[in-house]
Structure formats: structure tokens, C-alpha cells
Write a protein of this length. Sequence first.
Lengths: 104, 323
Amino acid sequence: VTPSLFYGLVAAATFGLGLHGVLAARHFLRKILALNVMGSSVFLAFVAVAARGPAGPDPVPQAMVLTGIVVTVAVTGVALGLARRRFADSGETSLPEDRGVKDG
Amino acid sequence: VEEAALALSVFDAVLGLTLVGFAAVLLNTGDRFEAIVLFIVFGLLMALTWGRLDAVDIAIAEAAIGAGLTGAMLLNAHSHLQSPRGGTAGRVAEGEGSDHRSGRARAALIPLALAVGAVPAWALHTASGDAGLREPVLRHLAESGVENPVTAVLMSFRAYDTLLEMAILLCGATAVWALRLPLSLPPRTGPGPVLQTAVRVLVPITVLVAGYLLWLGAHAPGGAFQAGAVLAGAGVLWLLAESRLPRRGGRLALRLGLSAGVLLFAAVGLTTVALGEPFLTYRGERAHALILTIEIAATLAIGLALVALFSGHSPDADRRESP
């Protein structure tokens, strides 16, 4: 097993955990945290693949991950803002759909 | 491929299993605050992993953005989602007892997560040993005007990505401003002399580090993203200590700074079109100066946008809400 494959498998496991977290969570913060874990696992898969060659790392996936990290923080910021807006308006920290409440 | 540098070590095994363990615990712990703190540690472990995988550029960005700023944003939001304020807050809606779905629903999701996680695992296992785009990038590195291949890809070969990323950050900051969140800065009397003094010492040093990272990016790991993230760290610290929004005169400057990255980047792109080259194509002698100019504007814009995302308020907020 090469480090590239090993960290790729770590990325796959973390991705599965993150996906489970997004689906299983009700609270906004939990969902956003899980989304960030999923994002990190995708970046890990990219960088693991970039580290495959014997000569050195492939800079293109690395640059894409750098872009991805900045985009992720922007998405997280907007998601947290929406959660705060929702809480200020209704006092709720989750969506009615996730609580199994109909006609929320 | 079986070189010493690429052999799997005990270090890898421990680090990889720790990553998976932290992810599992932070997603399932009972306490939200604990989950956020574990996420910050998870981010630092990721930074360590990037270092291990020869991705030092990403390691710096992850430590500053992934662990640092995202953690600060999460903790900030955590405090706001907790303290009930106003009449409607504090009402507990029907069935909202737990942060998670019921135990049975969560168990039912496990096979789905396993199945989806198995896809990338299988894909990576069967992937060819293709060396990727390393060779072409290194072959054309001299044309880009910088020596760090990652910076060359970001600022030259795939400059489109970076231009659009600047646009996304601007959209994110604008979206958060448009949400008109209730004012939440701590009271003016909040920070004590320790924080004030620490800020006075730390902010100039942080700005200096940001400038150094920006300059370094041309030939070593570093660049606009990392510098912008470090700058944002200084901005957040300043915001916490000063606890006031920019004055009227600073508002236009703030908006200009926020859009500086997109505006300058697009202007350079259009200039290259006017000079008869394709959009955003610059090579040779003037490339280095152009990239540095764009990166200075991008650093400023990234730093300001991250602070705006952290605070969640437009600079007009105090004018709106003041009685």
C-alpha cells in the first residue's frame, strides 16, 4: 500500500462519515460541521492522487484544493449566516423537514 | 514507485486512523461546543497531513482558514445560536429535542454512507499510476513568471479559477450582508487591557507575516490565499478588540477593498485582450509584476471578505439599528 492509496482510503472513510453526519444531523451547526468534514475528505482525495507520481506532487490538484478551501469557507460563512437569520426569526435551529414536522 | 520517501510509515498509519477517529467523534459527540473544538483539531491534523503529502501551500492555507477562521466563525455562530434573544427565541419547537435524528433513522443511514464511501475507495484503488499534469506544468513554468508551480497554476495557467473564486468570496460577503443579521458585536467595554495590548502587538506582526507570505509565494509555498487568510486573522482579532464597525469614511474604502480582487483581475484580463492576447494570458517579462499586482489586490480582498463573513454585518448595520 502506497501513502497515496492509504490516504485515499482515509478520505473515502471520512467522506462516508461526513455524509452520514449531514443526513443524520438536525441542528444547523451539526450539518455545517459535517459538510466541512465531507469537504476536507474530498480535498484529501485530491491531494492523495496528486502525491501519486514518483517525481513529486502534481501542482494542478493542489491548486484546485487551495481554491476549494477558500470557496468552502465562503459557503460555511453564508450557511452560518442563514442559520443565524433563521434562529433570529423563529428561534429554531433546525428545519421542520428534519424534525419530521409537516407544514412547518 | 517504491521509493523511501513514498513508503507507508507508522506515522502515516497513526495519522490516518486519528483523522478517521476524530471525524467519527466530532460528528457524534453530544456537546456542540466540543464538536467545534474537535473540528478545529481535525483541521490542524489535516494541515499535518498536507505537509506529509508534499502540499505545503495547502498546509498553510488549511491551518489559517480551515482550522483558524472556520473555527472562529463556528464558535461565533455557536454563541449566537445559543443565547436566546427577543420574544420568539427560546421557544422549543415540537420534536426538536435532539441535535440528531432518532437512533433508528441514523442506523438506517449507515449502509448508504458505506455504499457512497466505497465508490471513491474503489476508484482510487483501481486508478492508474498516471503522473498527472506535473510534467506539462514544470515544462511551461518559466513562461508563467513565478517559480512556485502551485502559484503558477493559480495565477497563470488556471487564472480563470482564481478570478471566479474571488467572485465567489465577494458574493458570499454580499449574501451575508444582505441577511441583515441582528447586531452582535460585544459591548464596547468588553475587551480588557490584555486583549487591547495583545492586539496592538500582534496585528502589525500578523500584517508583516501576510506580506512576507505574499512575496514568498512567487518561489516557495505561500501566496495570496495564505496571505489573505493571515490578514483576516489580524482583522478578526482587531474586530474583537475594537468592537466597532468602520466609520462612514471607511465604508467606501471597505467596499472597494472587498471588490479589489475581482476588479483588478478582470481589468488585467481585459487589458490582455486589448493587447491581442486571449483573456487573462500574460507571459514572460511583465508576467511576474502583473501576478504580484493581482496578488496584492487578491490578498486584500480575501482578507476583508473573510472578516466580513466572520462578523456577518454590513458596515451600515449600526446606522440601521441605532435607536
